[in-house]
Design a protein around this ligand. Sequence first.
Ligand code: F0G
Length: 470
Amino acid sequence: MAEKAYQICINPDCGETLSVDQVIFSCPTCGSLFDIAYDWDRLAVPSSLEFFEHRWSTKGLNVEGRLDFSGVWRFRELLQFVRPEHIVTIGEGRTLLEENNRVGAEVGMKPGCLYLQYEGLNPSGSFKDNGMTAAFSLARALGRNRVACASTGNTSASLAMFANKTDPPMQGIVFIGSGKIAYGKLSQALDYGALTLQIEGDFDACMRRVKQVSDKLGIYLMNSMNPFRLEGQKAIMYRVLEARGWEVPDWVIVPGGNLGNCSAFGKAFMELHRLGLIKRIPRLAVINATGANTLYRLHEKDGVRWNGGRYDQQKVKSLYAEFDSTGYLPHTIASAIEISRPVNLPKALRALEVMNGVVREVTDEDILEHKALIGRYGFGCEPASAASVAGLRQLLREQVISPDEQVVCILTGHELKDPDATVKYHTGIDMKAITPPPPVPPKGRFANTPRKVADDLETICAALGEKLPD
Ligand code: F0G
C-alpha cells in the first residue's frame, strides 16, 4: 500500500487521519466524510499537464501500457493510492468531449462555446466506471471479495460489470428501490450476475440499509461515500482539460444526485491548482431536478455555504426533519438523481466554494426537452444527464453565464440506459405500465412519433413524400 497517501476527515476542526487500508467511511470522531490526501512533496508529480500526452503512444504496449489505455489511470500520478499490480481496469474513461454548436445555438450559446462530455461512452454506459475502477483497485488490494452498493441504477450496473471482470471475480451485491430503476440499468446488473436486492422504499432507504449491512457483514461498500470512488471521478476533469489542449473552461455544468461527481470535480481542481498545474479554476453549476432539489434548497434558498468546513448543519437537519414530518419523497423522471439526502453534501458545498459555484433546479419537462435536443443534435444521453444542458439554458437566461463563455456540460449516462423515457417522449406510450394506458399524444418540440403505414410500396413511398417511380 502506498504510504504517501492517507485518508483525512474533511472537517477542519477534526482532521482525523486513517491509512488507506482502513475501511471506515464516516469519521469515528465527528461523523464527517473522509478525503484521500497525498503527501505531494514526497510523490513524483509531473511539472505540467502536457506530460500525460505521451501515454497515448504507449497505450496497450506493456504492463504500464495497460494503464495508459485507461482514461483514469493514464493520469495515475494524480491518484497514487494503490500499487499498479492491484489496479482493476476495464478500459474505463475512453470518452469524448465534443464541441456541439447545434445544441449550443439552440440554447443560445455562440459557436465554439459549448462542449459536451459524453460519459455514456464508458464500458457500462455511465461516468460511474471512472470511480469504480479506483474503488475496485483498493478492494482488490485489501483482498476483499464481496462488494455492495445502493443505486438508482448506474452505480449498480458499473459495480456488477467490474465485479465479474475482476480477477478473481468478486461477488457484487446491489440494493435497488421498488420501481425506481430504469430497465436498461436493471438489465445490466442482472446480466452481469450481481445479487440484486429490491427493497421497499427509495434510494435513500437503500443507502441506509446497504451501509448497515456492509458494516455488519464486512462487505466492501462501493457508494460514493467511499472516497476512492471520487479519486477516480477526478479523471473526468483531467480528460476535459486534455481534450481542450489543457485550457481551463469557464464553466463545468453537472447534474447533482448523491453529489459525488461535483465533489470529485472540486477536488480535482483544488489539487491541480495547488500543484501549479492550472492557473485558474472554472466555475461550477450543479443542476438538481425540481422533484429532488435538496442541494438547490440548501445552497440557494437557505444560503448554506461550506464556510471553511463550518457549514450550518442545523439548516440541513431541519430540512431533513421537514422531509420526515411531511413524508416527502423525491420524484423525478430523471430517476438517476431522484435522491433527497445526498451523502456527499458537505463535499459538494466545498466544491461549490472552491469553484465559485451555483446550483439550479430544472423541471422534468425541461429535462425531457433537452434530452431530446441532445439526442437530435448529439450522441444522446439519459434524462438525468440532460439536466446539465437544461441548467445551462436557465443560467444563460439569468445572464449568470454569457453566450461567449466556454462551457462544458457533463452528459453522465448513455441514451440506452432509459429507453422507456425516450419512447414515452416521442410516442406518448408508457412502456413500463403492465396494462398500458392509451397513449397520450406527445407534445414535445422534438417528438418524432412512428407513423403506421400499410405494408405496400406505393403507400410507403407516399409516406416518404415521393411518388413510386414507374
Ligand atoms: N447522472 C447519472 C446518469 C447518474 O446515474 C447519477 C447518479 C448522477 C447523474 C448524479 O451523480 O450522484 O454523483 O451527483 N447515480 C447514482 C446511482 C446515484 O446510483 O447510479 P452524483
